[in-house]
Design a protein around this ligand. Structure first.
Ligand code: C5P
Length: 226
């Protein structure tokens, strides 16, 4: 791992403390295997191998702390919290004092191409925060009491991770007492002046949620090997 060419220190925080699984399994999805490799291992490897990432922190639940410490020796491992936001907070607390930028990534998204990380880091040279996002391919509607309303999909985005920020901006958002489901939402709520943007994401950075998602990603990996 080398320092960013801009001289910035970049720390990836992979949140892997969720307990839920809609995948008909007692094992949290980040610890299921995909082609004999744990889902968490894919994103850990992507960040460890990226030349501009200086450190990787994995946040996980008490039940999996020993497992992650044993199997991911190149990462710092810290316990998670009751919510995703609490888990991210613990990851931020574990960042080195020299960290300039943090990249918060869902362990449940195994496929993170290096060009997405490149693109996020170059955006942070001019923005306070950035996340990959993709335009929905399907028609989008909003369900209302009286029926539904069609939305203009060209103006909508599906927001992915890593959600990337200058460390001081994200720490201030956490200190604000606001609550949100992701970091972009939290920073926007707590700091309306923050310069936030989106870069084009990769469809394969989908979050593993349903059993079918595992099959889709497995087929993608098989095709990429050919
Ligand atoms: O539940 P969901 O798929 O939205 O979780 C997104 C990511 O946040 C997952 O990688 C999950 O492990 C993580 N998470 C966490 N701590 C929690 C809840 C979720 O690290 N308390």
């Amino acid at each position: 791992m080398l320092n960013d060419m801009s001289g910035k220190i970049n720390t990836a925080i992979i949140v892997a403390a969720g307990s839920g699984s809609r995948l008909a399994s007692d094992t949290p999805k980040q610890f299921l295997k995909l082609k004999d490799v744990e889902i968490l291992a894919y994103s850990v490897q992507a960040f460890l191998e990226h030349p501009q990432i200086d450190a990787v922190i994995v946040v996980t639940s008490a039940d999996y702390l020993d497992h992650v410490i044993r199997h991911y020796p190149d990462c710092k491992v810290v316990p998670g919290g009751d919510t995703r936001q609490d888990s991210v907070f613990n990851g931020l607390e574990a960042c080195s004092a020299s960290t300039d930028n943090v990249l918060i990534h869902d362990a449940a998204r195994p496929l993170i191409p290096s060009w997405v990380i490149d693109s996020c880091l170059s955006s942070l040279e001019t923005c306070d925060g950035v996340a990959p996002a993709i335009t929905p391919a399907d028609s989008m509607v909003q369900i209302e009491d009286s029926g539904f309303r069609n939305l203009n999909r060209d103006s909508l985005r599906i927001v992915q991770t890593p959600q990337c920020f200058h460390l001081n901006i994200l720490k201030a958002a956490h200190a604000s007492g606001k609550v949100d489901t992701d970091e972009m939402g939290l920073v926007k709520q707590s700091n309306p002046q923050a310069l936030l943007g989106f870069i084009e994401g990769a469809p394969e950075t989908m979050k593993v949620t349903r059993p079918l998602d595992l099959e889709i990603i497995k087929n993608y990996l098989d095709a990429a090997e050919k």
